[in-house]
Design a protein around this ligand. Structure first.
Ligand code: PEP
Ligand code: MG
Length: 314
């Protein structure tokens, strides 16, 4: 299977009944973009830009950031790049951005809420992305957005900069990784261009289980029906407004989860680059009609292990 998947890696991910989705790569380092393209990725679905910031001893300036993003755009040669703006705080510290001591950093200043407290850092990043992209397909994505107010505040910066530097239109979306944003997807969908579901954090915040907890890792399952219902709500709201939905958490490369996510209507899978060929091969073996039935079956279960049991027997 592995050999066949590798051979067919540049073929599109189309189901046996002709439904095509995109399979993109998650990257933390833009130097790895050529490898992702070589593995058949249809684009970069999640560039974790915080790794660029973590690799420097002070905030990277405009030129430094442009050079980093250029590596991705050049290697992608017209394929899309979804760049997530700086996502620090919580489990991801930055030496030169000392954060207040917090009792619960995972519930504190992190992601977009942190960026909005220092808009000059976010602004430099957005300026670097927009300038380097030019007319190349850039999609800007904000992390840890909990509601429309945060999205609007961040989007306003993009709009102002685009006007200032006369940058072409660009897709702007949010990560759905906090339950509130999934529940409120119908209010976000009219204003965003896309959603990308971060199942790592969405699972953590839905089940109240630390995503890295050593004793609870078996319980921390993105196939939990509560998480699946949030994904369903997100996709429904997005599609009602003609928006696309990606998935960029680990769940997107879990062979048991792929049919369920496909059946829920996910349009783009963004996975660790080395898994791109297998995820594409897995999708090519499925029928969308079967996947839809499996998704309905999964949604009706009471626990994650019930979901896995049903999928095992299907
Ligand atoms: C996620 O939360 O699912 C995600 C993709 O973002 P990260 O793993 O970088 O928090
Ligand atoms: Mg996350």
């Amino acid at each position: 299977l592995q050999a066949r998947a590798h051979e067919a890696r540049h073929e599109p991910a189309s189901t046996v009944d002709g439904h095509q989705v995109e399979v993109c790569a998650n990257l933390g380092n833009t130097a790895h973009t050529p490898e992702a393209v070589e593995r058949g990725a249809d684009g970069v679905g999640l560039l974790r830009t915080e790794f660029i910031f973590m690799a420097h001893s002070e905030a990277p300036d405009l030129a430094t950031q442009r050079a980093e993003y250029a590596k991705a755009f050049d290697a992608l040669d017209g394929l899309p790049l979804v760049a997530r703006t700086l996502d620090v705080g919580g489990d991801k510290p930055l030496d030169y951005w000392p954060l207040p001591e917090e009792d619960n950093p995972f519930l504190g200043l992190r992601g977009i809420r942190l960026s909005l407290t220092r808009p000059e850092i976010l602004e430099t990043q957005l300026r670097a992305l927009l300038t380097e992209a030019g007319s190349r397909p850039l999609r800007i994505m904000f992390p840890m957005v909990k509601d429309l107010a945060e999205f609007r505040a961040a989007k306003a910066l993009v709009d102002r900069l685009r006007e200032e530097i006369d940058a072409p239109d660009v897709q702007v979306g949010v990560m759905i990784e906090i339950p509130s944003s999934a529940l409120l997807a119908p209010t976000l969908a009219p204003e965003v261009d896309f959603f990308s579901i971060g199942t790592n954090d969405l699972t953590q915040y839905t089940l109240a289980i630390d995503r890295g907890h050593p004793q609870l890792s078996a319980e921390s399952d993105g196939l939990h029906p509560a998480v699946l219902r949030l994904i369903q709500m997100t996709v429904q709201a997005a599609h009602e407004h003609g928006r696309w939905v990606g998935i960029c958490g680990e769940l997107g490369s879990d062979p048991q989860a792929i049919p369920v996510l496909l059946g829920l209507g996910v349009d783009e899978f963004s996975v660790t680059s080395r898994r791109v060929p297998l995820v594409k091969a897995c999708i090519r073996n499925l029928a969308l009609s079967d996947a839809k039935s499996l998704a309905q079956l999964a949604l009706q279960q009471a626990t994650a292990s019930d979901v896995r049991d049903k999928l095992e027997g299907a």
